[in-house]
Design a binder for this molecule. Structure first.
Ligand code: ATP
Ligand code: MG
Ligand code: MG
Length: 553
């Protein structure tokens, strides 16, 4: 799918190129490796990599690894994999913010030399109290006005590990009364006695996001630094840092709205809680809005790109409906997924006037309007399975166009049958439906003597594979979770329902070849084999999405 290039950022870049400010464009995608990428990141990936493609510029992948406490190489590997899976390629080598720790440190010293940064000994809580609020100006730290030489010496002590974690930090000296709270002497460096995945124990001081991000962008020659709207105020600090160091490169930050999706949370921090509290089975649980979860659920890369194209890039915060994402995969798979019959809640049908011990092969198209998908043979026999929801003893609902006692229904691509009687167990549940079939109805247009209600799918009871079907629902019943932290209150305890059913054997060669993982199970929806749990002996399918939008209810 083509990138959606009708947005305000493209207009800005066009302007910058027309004015000669930039000859070429360089963007970056800068995830912090503290979790797995999610659908919100896909929006940012499509934007940053899409711009680079459009202008034949470059897009770097930079791991923003300035907080060693939360970062792991597992996350780095998964992020690389997910970006490639989406079909994007970063320019050149992978970059890491930690590549620039030496330079960042020397720019911090430059700020101290200019009297623009100082070592502070207030505690984290004191710093917060001194900072004030939107309605209350902050007040200066008592350590704010020590000499430059003292600060140089103290910062060196910090680096050498002579202070306790949390006891001392380096702050920018800006304005404790600024209307922008980020400008009230923000912390630039803090102490952490934690090994870093790349620099080991070389450092015990680590730079803060705003300080590191602006300088990394400038060092890398990023022209347009794109981030989400919550960083709008931080742009002042971004510019302040670059205006006060001698790097003399001035990338511009532009902000666009975050993606939020109804009934889910999109934040690595919160998704991490779902994983660590075992609400889900992992980062790639098919209910997760992570790229890995969506992939395992059966979303194709093309469907995710199409979704990002449709939502576009704006400055309006919004909460997109899940159905918008579902529509994209449904449209993709309607074109590309072969059709197969699977019965999710099987109940046995015996066709009493069909010859005992006999079976036949019925040819069926693999796609209703794409002959190039070919045909397959499906076994028909005296005993078959249909879905128990496709049968009713009595019916008073005119909308019900399936099998009813005493009435007729068409078996998909096969015969018309009529239900004659049922067998029940001691609990009164139906165990067998006895039917008769119309021998001449196979694939025929029917004359007026038939009163066929509708068409249902079926699977032969002598030629089938038992399979597990996993149906997923939203993780949360609340539709707006963007500002929620206590999501326990709204957890949907029926977000996974497992069914044990049957599927026609024609699907077995496809499963063995491993070539096709996506199917439309006729009348049920789109499914894919589960990449972790599906085996040749015990097929496991994830329902990606139903055939129609079922979220209206
Ligand atoms: P999270 O809360 O999920 O950790 P983040 O912004 O801290 O989000 P980063 O790893 O720092 O995550 O994000 C990398 C890039 O992806 C940033 O430029 C960020 O703005 C962008 N991004 C993250 N979440 C979203 C989202 N929901 N919608 C659009 N862009 C996003
Ligand atoms: Mg971040
Ligand atoms: Mg984050």
């Amino acid at each position: 799918s083509q990138a959606n290039l009708n947005n305000f950022i493209i207009k800005i870049i066009d302007r910058d190129i027309a004015s000669g400010l930039h000859k070429s464009v360089r963007t970056r995608f800068p995830p912090e490796p503290n979790g797995y990428l999610h659908i919100g990141h896909a929006k940012s990936i499509c934007l940053n990599f899409g711009i680079a493609e459009h202008y034949q510029g470059q897009c770097y992948l930079r791991f923003d690894d300035t907080n060693p406490v939360k970062e792991h190489t597992e996350f780095i590997e998964s992020m690389k994999n997910d970006i490639l899976w989406l079909g994007f390629h970063w320019s050149g080598e992978i970059h890491y913010s930690s590549d620039y720790f030496d330079q960042l440190y020397s720019y911090a010293i430059e700020l101290i030399h200019k009297g623009l940064a100082y070592v502070d000994h207030l505690s984290v809580n004191q710093i917060r109290d001194y900072r004030g609020t939107l309605t209350k100006p902050g007040k200066n730290s008592p350590y704010r006005d020590r000499s430059i030489d003292t600060n140089i010496a103290l910062f060196d002590k910090m680096r050498r590990g002579e202070f306790k974690e949390g006891s001392t930090c380096l702050r920018a000296k800006i304005d404790m009364t600024s209307p922008f709270i980020v400008m009230r002497d923000p912390v630039l460096y803090r102490i952490k006695y934690v090994d870093h995945h790349r620099t080991g124990n070389k450092w015990c001081i680590y730079p803060m996001y705003d300080f590191a991000h602006s300088i990394c962008d400038a060092i890398e020659g990023i022209t347009h630094s794109l981030c989400t709207l919550e960083f709008q105020d931080n742009r002042r600090l971004y510019d302040w840092v670059l205006n006060n160091i001698s790097l003399n490169v001035y990338p511009h930050q532009y902000e666009f709205s975050r993606l939020n999706i109804e009934h889910t949370i999109i934040s690595k921090r919160k998704l991490h809680l779902l994983v660590s509290k075992n609400v889900v089975t992992g980062w790639d649980d098919p209910r997760m809005p992570t790229i890995a979860g969506l992939r395992r659920r059966g979303y194709t890369a093309a469907s995710i790109l199409e979704f990002c194209r449709r939502i576009g890039i704006t400055k309006q915060d919004n909460n997109v409906e899940i159905s918008a994402l579902e529509a994209c995969i449904r449209e993709d798979l309607n074109e590309s997924a072969p059709r197969v019959m699977a019965v999710i809640n099987p109940i046995k049908v015996i066709i009493n006037n069909y010859p005992v011990g006999y079976k036949e092969n019925i040819m069926m198209p693999n796609h209703p309007n794409k002959p190039e998908f070919g045909q397959r043979k499906v076994t028909f026999s005296r005993e078959i399975y249909i879905d128990c929801t496709d049968f009713r003893e009595n019916n008073c609902n005119q909308q019900y166009k399936r099998l009813i006692l005493g009435q007729q229904v068409r078996l998909r691509y096969a015969y018309v049958i009529e239900a004659e009687r049922v067998e029940k167990n001691e609990q009164g549940n139906i165990t067998i439906i006895h039917c008769s079939y119309y021998k001449n109805s196979l694939n025929q247009t029917l004359d007026d003597s038939y009163k066929v209600k509708g068409v249902i799918h079926w699977v032969s009871a002598i030629d089938y594979i038992a399979a597990e079907f996993r149906f997923y629902d939203k993780l949360f019943s609340d539709h707006n979770l963007a500002s929620t932290d206590d999501f326990n209150v709204s957890l949907n305890h029926r977000s996974l329902i497992i069914y044990h059913g049957v599927i026609e054997t024609s699907f077995l060669p496809l499963l063995k070849s491993g070539k096709i993982n996506y199917f439309q199970f006729e009348r049920e929806g789109y499914f894919c084999t589960d990449s972790k749990d599906c085996s040749k002996l015990q097929p496991v399918f994830n329902r990606i999405v139903g055939l129609r939008n079922n979220w209206l209810a």
